[in-house]
Each structure stands twice: as structure tokens, then as C-alpha cells.
Design a protein around this ligand. Structure first.
Ligand code: SF4
Ligand code: SF4
Length: 436
């Protein structure tokens, strides 16, 4: 028996906590139990003795992967799991940007709008041809279309609807399940669009609020609308919930928005219990914020939960070797309005960065950027990740991090052990009630 290389032990709120990133489990220990364990962790006592000293603890540590068989090569196991997740052949996922234009002019992305950009009928037909070819592969059991942009609803009728209709029909024909979701600012939603969503299996939306009414309206402006967009968006979210379309309300938090976050819940007070089931709030610190905010927002999260809403915070939906980003997966493409193919949606859609392009017959011509993203060498090149105790949980970030740091050592936690532990503390707090 040996100690897992993926153990981390830390103290939070006076409790000793262990986390194993390969089994993704926590163990909670009293002071007494932890003190008993220390000589084993420091390798001053042979692990074989732990069974005799405390059989229950020993069983628990083995069950949760903190102690593993001598022969287990955990790094190879983790790498194989990551590879298997990325090579998953059961699902095919397409992210479509119908346009790079938007009806909002938020300061942080206004620059990247391309006025007049719109997916042509020719590109829509090429996507249909692509879907038809993909579904010839009998291994595919599920097809997913995600809508992104730009604001995808600008072209609901002319781009989204024909593609949704086609995919629904062909997936039914091939006995493949079809799901769809959209990232939208939520302003253009109407009853008829939401009814259509249900008809075409588009049942999940992500809509962002940039803080409370005052803050949101100052940041997320709609062209030609002086009153702001906050109230209209909340009304539209309610309509979705009434019609059974789930909405993840992403709330961007920063030092400026922190104080007003509690106001938001008052604006959702009129949601019935039934409607609340379709709403999930997801709090995100904007990337410019470098400070650790969990403690400041804990009470806000609690308030939202007490009012009957589901709430997610960063660590609960983090990526891992079991849940890699869509861009890390082979069976995924991001198709821009002009037929350029990308993987990651968090970077510029400039044609110079494309990883391929779509032909009229539905085939994709990939370039060397795509091949590089999937090379095993790139996955294992960063020494820090290969030696890191939380690699299975972190996965080295994602393929985009690996690509961008191809020639330099990197760590998404700035090589800081304390930042990694802070992250585990967040994860622990959010899971605390479920730990046995
Ligand atoms: S930055 Fe990474 S995690 Fe984010 S979308 Fe791109 S590949 Fe995925
Ligand atoms: S990016 Fe950092 S935290 Fe993540 S696996 Fe690599 S070294 Fe560890």
C-alpha cells in the first residue's frame, strides 16, 4: 500500500480535511484522528500498521483513494481518464455563432461586434450537411447544439429555427437524442420564441446579469434604449420559467457589484416555487478580479438558497479529467457565422485563429492548430501539471491553456499552493453537507 500522489490535507473552519483529486472525495477528520494519521503522512510509520491502529480510518482511506495499491500508476490512470473523456464518441456537440453582432453594447465586448455579420443560407446548408454526415456514425447517441455569438437571437427565425428544425427531424429519424442550449442576453426573448424552444428541444439558456439593476443597466446597455435592460430581462426569465425552459442566471461579481448583489433576489421575489425550479444562479468573479471573494459572497449565496433558488459557485462546476471543456473534446466544433471553425469560445473569433473551415458539402478542413490541440505531447509537456497533487481535478486548465503555454511552464493557479488550497476550500464548503 502507498499514499496516493493526489492527496491534499488542509484545515478549514477548525476542521482537518483531506481531498483526493483522483477519486474526487473529501474526508473530514477530528484533531485526534488527524494527529494519528500524521506519522503515516510523513512516512515515519509504515502504512501497513494503520489497519491495526485504526481499522475504520484505514478502510475509509482506502475506500476514498487516499491509500492505494503499490502497483497503481495514478498519473497514467489520470491521463487515460482525461483522454477517454476527450475521445468520448457517444455525443457530438456543435456550437453555432449565427452572428458576431449584438443588440447590446457592453463595454467589455462592444469592440468585437461585427455589424451586419449574419450566417448565410449557404453556411446553414453546409451545417445541415455536416450534421447529416456526423449522424451516419452509429456510435453517436446524442447531438447537442449550443448557440453563442454575438447575440444569437438576432437571427432566431432565419438561422436558429431552420437549424433546430432540421436537427430535430434528422435526430428523430436516426433515433439519436437531441438537446440544445443558448447563451443570450435574454432581451429579445418572446413568448413565441420560447414556445419554439420547447418544440425544438432548446431547454436551457444562460443569461447574464452584471449586478443589481443600477449596475447592470449602467454596464449592459441596449442600443437606443435609455431605460436599461434589467427589468425586461427578468420578465423574460420569468416567461421561460413559466414555460419550463431552464435558465442559468450568470451573475458577474466584482468589487463594484458585490454590495448590490443582495438586491437581485428581491427582483426574483415574485417567482413561484414552480418557476424557481427552472432557475439556477451561477456566481462568477470577473477575470479581472484577482482577490479571493468566497467569504464575501457566502452570505449572498446563502440568501439566494434560503429563498428557494439553486445556486452554483465556481468550484461546483469546475472542469476535471472527468468533465473536460467541450473544446477539449474531439467530437466538438464551434462554427462561426462565416463558416470558420474554432474550438474554444473564450477567445477571439478572428479568422487568423481559426482551426479549420467548413466546406459546402459539410466536411471540415482542419489545420495544424487543431492537430496541436490534440497531441499527447502537449498534454504531458507541462512538468508542473504532471507533478501536481490536484491534476485530476484541474486537468491543467484546458486545451486552450496548454496550447497558449506550449513553450513556457504554466499553472492556472500561478504555481501557488495556497491558491490551490483556497480552491479546495471552496469546493469543500459547497459539498460539506454531502460528505459522509
Ligand atoms: S478557455 Fe478553456 S475552458 Fe474556456 S472555453 Fe476555451 S478551452 Fe474551454
Ligand atoms: S495548472 Fe497548476 S493546478 Fe492545474 S494541474 Fe497544472 S500545476 Fe496543477
Amino acid at each position: 500500500m502507498k499514499l496516493s500522489r493526489y492527496n491534499t490535507f488542509f484545515v478549514t473552519n477548525g476542521s482537518h480535511v483531506g481531498y483526493n483529486s483522483l477519486s474526487d472525495t473529501f474526508i473530514l477528520m477530528s484533531d485526534e484522528l488527524y494527529l494519528l494519521l500524521v506519522p503515516f503522512l510523513e512516512e515515519k510509520k509504515s502504512l501497513e500498521l494503520i489497519k491495526d491502529i485504526h481499522p475504520t480510518l484505514s478502510t475509509e482511506l482506502v475506500k476514498k483513494g487516499f491509500i492505494v495499491d503499490d502497483n497503481l500508476d495514478e498519473l497514467t490512470t489520470a491521463l487515460k481518464i482525461a483522454q477517454k473523456t476527450d475521445d468520448d464518441n457517444n455525443q457530438y456537440s456543435i456550437i453555432v455563432n449565427p452572428t458576431m453582432n449584438c443588440n447590446f453594447k457592453c463595454w467589455y465586448c462592444y469592440e468585437s461586434h461585427i455589424v451586419g455579420s449574419k450566417m448565410s443560407t449557404k453556411t446553414i446548408d453546409a451545417i445541415k450537411a455536416h450534421i447529416s454526415k456526423v449522424l451516419q456514425n452509429k456510435a453517436i447517441k446524442r447531438i447537442h447544439i449550443g448557440w453563442f455569438g454575438g447575440e444569437p437571437l438576432l437571427y432566431y427565425k432565419s438561422v436558429m429555427q431552420p437549424l433546430l428544425k432540421y436537427t430535430k427531424e434528422i435526430s428523430e429519424c436516426k433515433d439519436v437524442s437531441f438537446i440544445s442550449n443558448a447563451t443570450t442576453n435574454g432581451f429579445l426573448l418572446t413568448d413565441s420564441i420560447i414556445d419554439n424552444f420547447k418544440k425544438y428541444h432548446l431547454e436551457n439558456l444562460q443569461i447574464t446579469l452584471d449586478g443589481n439593476r443600477e449596475r447592470h443597466n449602467s454596464v449592459r446597455n441596449c442600443k437606443n434604449l435609455k431605460l436599461g435592460t434589467y427589468d425586461a430581462i427578468i420578465q423574460n426569465i420569468k416567461k421561460c420559467a413559466q414555460k419550463g425552459v431552464s435558465v442559468r442566471v450568470r451573475i458577474n461579481i466584482s468589487n463594484e457589484t458585490l454590495n448590490g448583489l443582495k438586491d437581485i433576489i428581491n427582483d426574483f421575489a415574485h417567482f413561484t416555487n414552480d418557476e424557481k425550479r427552472y432557475i439556477c444562479f451561477s456566481f462568477h468573479e470577473v477575470w479581472q478580479e484577482k482577490i479571493y471573494m468566497y467569504e464575501q459572497i457566502t452570505s449572498v449565496i446563502e440568501l439566494f438558497r434560503v429563498k428557494g433558488f439553486q445556486v452554483l459557485y465556481k468550484s461546483e462546476h469546475s472542469r476535471s479529467i472527468f468533465n473536460t471543456c467541450y473544446a477539449d473534446k474531439r467530437n466538438q466544433v464551434t462554427i462561426n457565422y462565416n463558416g470558420d471553425i474554432f474550438k474554444c469560445t473564450a477567445r477571439s473569433f478572428n479568422s487568423l485563429n481559426r482551426e479549420g473551415y467548413l466546406l459546402d458539402n459539410g466536411d471540415i478542413i482542419w489545420n495544424e492548430k487543431y492537430s496541436k490541440r490534440f497531441s499527447f505531447d502537449l498534454r504531458t509537456r507541462n512538468k508542473a501539471c504532471m507533478e501536481c497533487a490536484i491534476f485530476p481535478m484541474c486537468n491543467g486548465g484546458c486545451s486552450q491553456h496548454r496550447v497558449e503555454n506550449e513553450k513556457v511552464p504554466y499553472c492556472v493557479f500561478d504555481f501557488s499552493e495556497s491558491k490551490k488550497v483556497d480552491f479546495l476550500k471552496d469546493k469543500f464548503i459547497t459539498r460539506k453537507n454531502t460528505i459522509k
